[in-house]
Every structure is written in C-alpha cells, then in structure tokens.
Design a protein around this ligand. Structure first.
Ligand code: ISL
Length: 559
C-alpha cells in the first residue's frame, strides 16, 4: 500500500471562482478572494484544489470558452495572483489542479479568428465544412450534419465570411478544435507544459473524451424533434486513446513529481474507463463518469426529472466499483458546477438537511476512489429554489427555455420546475460564508442571487456547530488520511435489494469497515448478521438505536 499513488488518499475540493469569494466588490468572485479563504480549506483538510477556468474569456459559458490559455481574465485577477495562490496552497501542503478546456476554444481566441480566413494556415485547426450537397449555405437543413448541440440548436454555425459552417458541440461561441491536426495537439501540449512549469499539479480535462471525431461526420438518427444525437461520432471517438497516450507522453512522462489527471467523460462506460485509467496504458489517472447523475433523468433529458430509485444507484456504483477493482481507479462525486445540489437532489433539504447531507457524504466518501467536494457541499448548501426565469444566468438553462418556447413544449410552470430541479445555477449561487449581507460573498451586487437560506446555512454557523455537515466532512476526510482501508480496501456491496438502505464493506488485511446509509426519511431495519465492531462515525448523537433513523449513516470498524 506504500507505493499506491498519493491521490488514493487525497480529497479534492472544487472551487468555482466566480462564486467563491469576491475581494474587490464587483460581484464576481476572484483569485484574491480565494487567497483570503484558504483557512476554510485547510480546516476542512482537503489535499487538492481544482480551480474551474480563470483564463481570459468572453464568459459566454463562465470561462469554459477561452480566448487565451496563458492569460488570467481580469475579472478574476492577474497571473501574479495565480502565482501567489499556487505558492500559498503549496505552503499549506495543498496542490492546485487547473481546468483544461481543449475540446474547444472561444470564437474570440486568436486561433479561431485566424481560422475564419479560408486562406489561413490555421483554417484546418477547426472543423469547417460546406453546406450539404446541392444545398445553399444557410438554407434550412443545409447544415453538414443533423446533430444537435449540448446547449440546444444545431452544432453547426454558418460563417458568412466564407459561406462555410464550423462545428460547435457546445455554444456557438465554443468552436471545436480539430485534434486531427498535429499542430493543434502540439500547441495544446506546449500550453500544458507551460502551466506545469509554473507549478500547477495537474489538470481536470473538460469533456476530454469528445476530442476525437469520426472524420466522415455521418448523420445521426433523429428520434424526436428535428435534430439527431450525434454522440456516436464523437463520444470516445476513433483516436481518443491515441491522443491521450500521446498527451501523456508529451506532457506528463518524465516529470519528477507525480501529477494528477482526471478526464471529464460524458457517456463513458465502465469498460472504457478501465482502459482510460489502466496505469499500464498511461492515459489519465481517473475519469468523471456520468451514469449516477443520469439516473433521475427521464426520456426527455435532464430537465425531465424523475425520482431516484436507490436500487439503480446501487447497481450503477456497484458495477463501477467492481469494474475498476483490479485495474484503474474511480473518482467519486455528487456535485460540481454542472449538477444540482445533492442534498436537494437525493436527500431532504428541509427538515433533514443536516442528516441527509451527512449520510450522502458518508456513503460517497467511503467507496473506493478519490472523492471530490464541490464548494458549499461541505456546508450542506441546497438548490437555489428560484421561482422566476429572470433569476437564471446559465447559458444551458437560458437556451433550454428558449428552445422549449420556440417549439411550444411545456407550460411555464413545468419549465420552471425542470430548471429549478436540474439547472446548473443551483450549484453556482455564491458561497455562503456568514449571515452578513450577500452571505459575506461580496460587498457589491452578486452576479447571481445568493440563496435565501444563507442566514442559517453558512460556513460560520457550520464551523461553530460540532454536529454540522462541515464537521462531518472533516471527519470523513480525516478518516481517509488515517485509515488505509478507506483508500485501498476491497469493496463489497451488501443488501443489494434493499430499497432504502445502502450498505457495503471495505476490507484490507484483517480490518473491515461496514458502512450503512438510510436513504429515506423513515426508520429502516437493516439487519446485518454478526458483530460489526465499533461505531467509528455516525450522524446522530446519543445511544445507537437498533434500526436506522431517518437519513442515518453509520460506519463500523471490525477486526
Ligand atoms: O451539464 C451538462 C449539460 O447537461 C453537461 O452536458 C455538461 O455540459 C458536460 O458535462 C460538459 O461539461 C463541461 O463542458 C462544458 C461546460 O459548459 C461545463 O461547465 C463543463 O463542466 C463545455 O465546456
């Protein structure tokens, strides 16, 4: 167990800089704001900070549309601020992982601006295609393929200048880079080496399994509506393993320090993830998979919400634990800047907010894999509970509403219910530091409304209460640091058919941890045979009852 990589014992904390802490009163979080809050992270005990994009950007998708990879956007500060952040984290024994967004750039990146000229040597750096055979550019249905984009509408945008279309899997301001071109790949690798030389400790790679496309660009099958799902042509495309192995070789191999790489991979299967994270193949250390965050999506997609069935969650996590048991490694997450708040989603953000948030944390963190905590999750922050369209800012949500209205599906009431449950702004409301105006996030006007519950749900209150969500996260992180069974023990699912209780063991040598979580607001019997040992962690005070109380979590250690 001594030679297992350091990140098996580590917990990563994601900072979404726009919403973390604002030092200059412009209503948008910034790097100096983060620097002022490092005590919070140190007290929590996390090992790594993953910083969402702070690069120069028109902010069409809050920084996931980059116009210069080597410049810090003035809204977040300066390169000097970032150097200071790296140094301050390192001084406290923490690492910094940067977001790497290289499936696409901004349409305002100089590479794309040059590429718009058909005679430019950079023309081939993006995916330019003429209108469909025999059709006039701009005519309805003349797009080179019938694929729909992640953010609504076609993936193709016509550029009047050349009369050709460019591909964008996300917004029209996020043109896809052409990874077939070796110059593109080398430019990306140069940029990555430049950041590593500056002292960053790894990368979280945005939609990295979408970078290789089927170059024949075939139409997809239209199932409902006008546009098709083109994902078969770009999810884990033909050259994806080759590109990631090349990146590893060019950027990471031979570096003296052991870095951390995590690939965000929508649509990845467990079999594919095993290959991506097999150390012998040297591609990435771990991936973010999406199965468990799709379990409450209906046939109409993410905004067509249905209740979670616990058996589906167990089946899914169980397969990932088994599939990556001997080869590869899991990442573990409930929340990030794209997902609704877990306590509102799979827990109870009212009466049992504290209990359900701590139960969900316990179950997740004690799986085998590296846990990720998204800012505010450690406080039990909830969904925004917005009631009006004009409270939302996210491009995905706004485009979804526009598309639904243009095709006339759904009442306003249904639309509001869908985005209130699933919209990405739920995760993006400002961090709740204390009960002062705007939750202590800013002295100005926050770019997105602060959650109305900040007077009671905030970091100051959580830190002052030993039974809080915050102190439970601290205890879970400390347990991972202290007890090797958490990092490296084998996983066995128990009670796979119980509809409300999640139960499993972790075993290493002669030690066994047994974890129980009640996924309901009712008392549940979870009869497990034998002596489970000592209770090492729970989320209820006082004597242990025979049955599990609402949203109760227990961790036993036996030998
Ligand atoms: O949240 C989603 C929409 O339902 C996902 O499809 C999300 O767009 C996908 O996980 C990719 O996310 C990443 O790339 C996007 C960016 O908008 C997200 O914030 C980022 O995490 C494009 O760069």
């Amino acid at each position: 167990t001594q030679d297992a990589p350091w990140w098996t014992r580590a917990v990563v904390y994601q900072v979404y800089p726009r919403s973390f802490a604002d030092s200059d009163g412009d209503g948008v979080g910034d790097l100096r704001g983060i620097l002022g809050r490092l005590d919070h992270l140190a007290e929590l005990g996390v090992d790594v900070v993953w910083l969402s994009p702070i690069y120069a950007s028109p902010q069409d998708d809050n920084g996931y549309d980059i116009s210069d990879y080597q410049v810090v956007d003035p809204v977040f500060g300066t390169l000097e601020d970032l150097d200071d952040l790296i140094a301050a984290l390192h001084a406290r024994g923490m690492k910094l992982v940067m977001d790497l967004v290289v499936n696409h750039t901004s349409d305002e990146h100089p590479w794309f601006l040059e590429s718009r000229d058909p005679a430019s040597p950079r023309r081939d750096w993006y995916w330019w295609r003429p209108a469909r055979d025999g059709m006039a550019a701009g005519a309805p249905g003349a797009e080179p393929t019938n694929w729909g984009s992640f953010f609504g509408g076609s993936v193709w945008e016509l550029d009047e200048r050349s009369g050709e279309y460019f591909l964008h899997l996300f917004s029209r301001k996020q043109p896809d880079l052409n990874w077939e071109n070796p110059q593109v790949r080398n430019a990306v690798y140069d940029m990555m080496r430049w950041w590593l030389d500056r002292g960053v400790d790894g990368f979280r790679m945005d939609v990295i399994n979408l970078i290789s496309k089927d170059t024949t660009l075939p139409d997809g099958v239209v199932t409902g509506g006008l546009l098709a799902d083109g994902s078969a042509s770009y999810v884990c495309g033909p050259r994806i393993h080759e590109f990631l192995a090349e990146m590893h070789q060019e950027v990471f191999a031979g570096r003296p320090e052991r870095l951390l790489t995590v690939g965000e991979m929508p649509g990845v299967t467990v079999e594919q993830a095993r290959d991506f994270t097999d150390p012998a193949r040297a591609e990435v250390d771990m991936v973010f998979q999406f199965e468990h965050v799709g379990l409450d999506h209906g046939p109409g997609g993410k905004f067509d919400v249905r209740p979670l069935r616990l058996l589906d969650l167990k089946a899914s996590f169980g397969r990932w634990q088994a599939g990556l048991a001997d080869v590869g490694w899991n990442s573990l997450y409930w929340d990030n800047h794209d997902q609704p708040r877990i306590v509102s989603r799979f827990g109870d953000d009212g009466r049992y907010r504290r209990e359900s948030a701590t139960m969900l944390a316990t179950v997740l963190h004690l799986h085998r894999g590296t846990p990720y905590v998204y800012q505010g999750e450690e406080l039990g922050m909830t969904n925004a509970h917005f009631t009006r369209f004009d409270q939302y800012r996210d491009i995905e949500t706004l485009n979804h509403v526009a598309v639904a209205r243009s095709v006339g599906t759904g009442s306003d009431e249904d639309l509001l219910a869908g985005i209130a449950a699933m919209g990405r702004d739920n995760a993006r409301t400002p961090m709740q530091w204390d009960d002062s105006p705007h939750a202590g996030f800013t002295t100005g006007t926050p770019w997105l409304e602060v959650n109305a519950n900040y007077p009671s749900v905030n970091a100051a209150a959580e830190r002052a209460d030993p039974g809080s969500v915050f102190h439970h996260y601290r205890a879970l992180i400390a347990l991972r640091h202290e007890d090797p069974v958490v990092a490296l023990g084998d996983f066995t699912m128990l009670l796979p058919d119980h509809e409300h209780v999640y139960a499993f063991t972790r075993r290493l040598g002669d030690e066994t941890l047994t974890v129980l979580g009640n996924f309901s607001g009712e008392v549940q019997d979870a009869a497990l045979d034998g002596d489970l040992g000592d209770l090492v962690l729970g989320n209820y005070a006082g004597p242990v009852a025979p049955a599990l109380r609402p949203w109760e979590a227990r961790v036993y250690r036996g030998r």
